[in-house]
Design a protein around this ligand. Structure first.
Ligand code: PLP
Length: 369
């Protein structure tokens, strides 16, 4: 039998999953409608499928009036608005062109200063990639068997040259989390010369009571940087807005390496989004409902997955990974790219109810070899 095809049992399981999926089809939205049509379904980049709220769209349109002006004042206003939303002082926030820009700066600075960067494997790759690109030394520590950061192994892998440890929490692509007590103890145990960079891009989707932001440690501890983004829950991936929370001295070295100010439209979008909490709550609950529905589908279809705290699920396709990816692509459904460190696994971003229905229906129609 072709190892890339689904067995009859799996197909029956998958069919049952679809039935369940249909029964659970989501509530009416106050967010953008599920207009999937025949357009490709993008389940590969962990974006918010609903996009920004109508208030944000209006704010972007209104900001066109200021497009001829450099956005110094507006950026300062956004920085204050973020600081207020995070309950941290203004001078502890640095806004970047997506958290990607800030991750790349950290990698470049460590490389220039000959400091080793440590990261889990697999994890989100902007920082590891930038470290390598700028000629720095990167130490990768495999996740533990449950696909979580292995903090003990990371501590054991420290050397005199280690300057920065990257903890992506929840981790991309696995969705696993490090509980706050363990992370706080880990940070405390590190030598004074080592900075911990905690990437909380997906913290808004965490449903584990023991896991929460460590932004307070970025205030109390000079060696902690927390990163956040407007690309996930806020639905603004295309506007490129992220930020770091850290002590002012720490932010000064990042600020000096920044590429640019942010565009007026992005600043306006982020400010308006912070003021639309009920929209964010609606997005969060719909995404979490669809994440649960995908888990149920996988249970029914006999597809193992890792319990996720992001807006995605890491699913084990096993030997059929390539065939399933190709099949989904032919059906116009794009899922996450393969991760060399965990072959056979596929990261599926959570879409709208209608998009997820299309995914289930495509999976149910995998050709039997
Ligand atoms: N950090 C993590 C963990 C991510 O998964 C991503 C994007 O997928 C980013 C940072 C980059 O986010 P941004 O869009 O703010 O550059």
């Amino acid at each position: 039998m072709n190892p890339n095809s689904l067995s009859r049992r799996e197909l029956i399981g998958a069919g049952a999953g679809l039935l369940l999926a249909n029964r659970a089809t989501a509530q009416r939205a106050t967010v953008a409608p599920d207009t999937t049509g025949t357009a490709p379904i993008l389940l590969g980049a962990n974006e918010n499928p609903y996009g920004p709220s109508s208030k944000v769209r209006h704010a972007i349109a209104a900001a066109m009036e200021r497009c001829n002006r450099y956005p110094m004042r507006e950026l300062a206003e956004l920085t204050s608005a973020i600081a207020a939303a995070e309950s941290v002082p203004d001078d502890h926030v640095l806004v970047g062109l997506g958290s990607m820009e800030l991750l790349k700066i950290c990698g470049a600075v460590c490389a220039l200063e000959k400091q080793t960067v440590m990261a889990a494997s697999p994890t989100y790759e902007d920082l590891p990639r930038a470290t390598r690109r700028f000629g720095g030394n990167l130490v990768e520590v495999p996740l533990d068997p449950e696909q979580r950061h292995d903090l003990d192994a990371m501590r054991n892998a420290l050397t005199q040259d280690t300057g920065l440890v990257y903890v992506c929490n929840p981790n991309n692509p696995t969705g696993t989390v490090v509980g706050r007590p363990a992370l706080a103890a880990f940070i405390k145990s590190l030598p004074a010369a080592v900075t911990t960079l905690v990437d909380e891009a997906y913290m808004d989707f965490v449903t584990d009571g023991a896991t929460s932001s460590v932004k307070d440690l970025a205030i109390s501890d000079a060696n902690v940087i927390v990163l956040k983004t407007f690309s996930k829950l806020h639905g603004l991936a295309g506007q490129r807005i992220g930020y770091a929370i850290a002590r002012p001295a720490r932010l000064a070295s990042l600020r000096s390496a920044r590429v640019s100010l942010l565009p007026q439209l992005s600043i306006a979008a982020a400010k308006a989004s912070l003021e639309d909490q009920s929209y964010l709550d609606t997005c969060r609950s719909r995404i979490l409902a669809e994440r649960r529905r995908l888990e149920r589908y996988c249970d029914q279809a006999g597809l193992p997955y890792t319990v996720s705290h992001g807006n995605f699920l890491f699913v084990q396709f096993g030997a059929r990974e390539t065939a399933l990816r190709q099949h989904l692509k032919r059906q116009g459904i794009m899922v996450g790219r393969p991760f060399a460190a965990l072959p056979g696994w596929c990261r599926i971003s959570i879409g709208t109810a209608a998009q997820m229905d299309r995914l289930y229906s495509a999976l149910n129609r995998v050709p039997v070899a």
